[in-house]
Design a protein around this ligand. Sequence first.
Ligand code: TRP
Length: 334
Amino acid sequence: MFQDKKVLFSGMQATGNLTLGNYLGALKNWVKLSDEYECFYCVVDEHSITVRQDPATLRKRARALLTLYIAAGLDPEKNCIYYQSHVSAHAELAWILNCYTYMGELSRMTQFKDKSAKHADNINAGLFTYPVLMAADILLFQTDVVPVGIDQKQHLEITRDIAQRFNSIYGDTFTIPEPYIGKAGAKIMSLQNPEKKMSKSDENPNGSIYLMDDKDTVIRKCKRAVTDSEGNICYRDEQPGVKNLIDIYCACTGMTPSEVEREFDGKGYGELKMAVGEAVAAQLTPLQTEAARLEKDKAYIDSVIKNNAEKASYFANRTLRKVQRKIGFPDRIR
Ligand code: TRP
């Protein structure tokens, strides 16, 4: 679709409070990729309603997330930053792809199994077909690469299966996307249970550092991080708490784990925790300041929302029209 650059698509949900894990594991890497690729970064609000949401909160969080994309350094002139719900092609293609996806495949999705266990009172059809909407997101833009966390890899595999199935029936229609799994250190674990991913929905607020936490809170949470009784600052699986702190430190400072081991050789956990707290705060404070500044500039954010929805619609509709033609929907009269 673009002559010189490959296409990258990714999205995030505006549910829960974003954590340091979302920033270091996703957003920060998106910024690095934004020169190399033609990027589409979506706020996937349509995915959010697979779980019941309070309307006012959803609206507020969606805007905060879109603003955060920009505050993190994604230039909305170069990257297409938009709301999924503003581009109707997402829902339209998702419907079509639903008819090329099997119940059996969808029932094997681990996220569906997890979420339906967690929301047993609301196992809706949208939760079941969630991966099809995600496939539509990706395939609409003839995406080459999709940066995702390991937890979304299965959804990318089903996207590839759906695309290949469609292509084999109708001829080349969709680019087959590749996952782009960030390098080591990208997966940030809970500070209270380092066996578990740092999550927006952690019941223990000390487990997660939220992007809007102030410096004192960040430092307090780091000080309380669960470690072990070894007393050595070593980067190894047997010390998951310490390993996670080192990962966070590396992601903030750009150091390697062995450099961190050397820096803290002979020092105690207290010093490591303090340094991690300072490094995290040094990342978050400018992000918070910039987000607050942008939030006040309503006209600017509104113009980004409008222009980028138009841009995304233009490219998405090109694919959608092609698909509609191939499956035999009547031509539009112009
Ligand atoms: N399901 C993804 C998540 O929860 C979000 C998402 C929706 C997404 N559509 C996408 C990610 C397309 C990458 C590409 O993290």
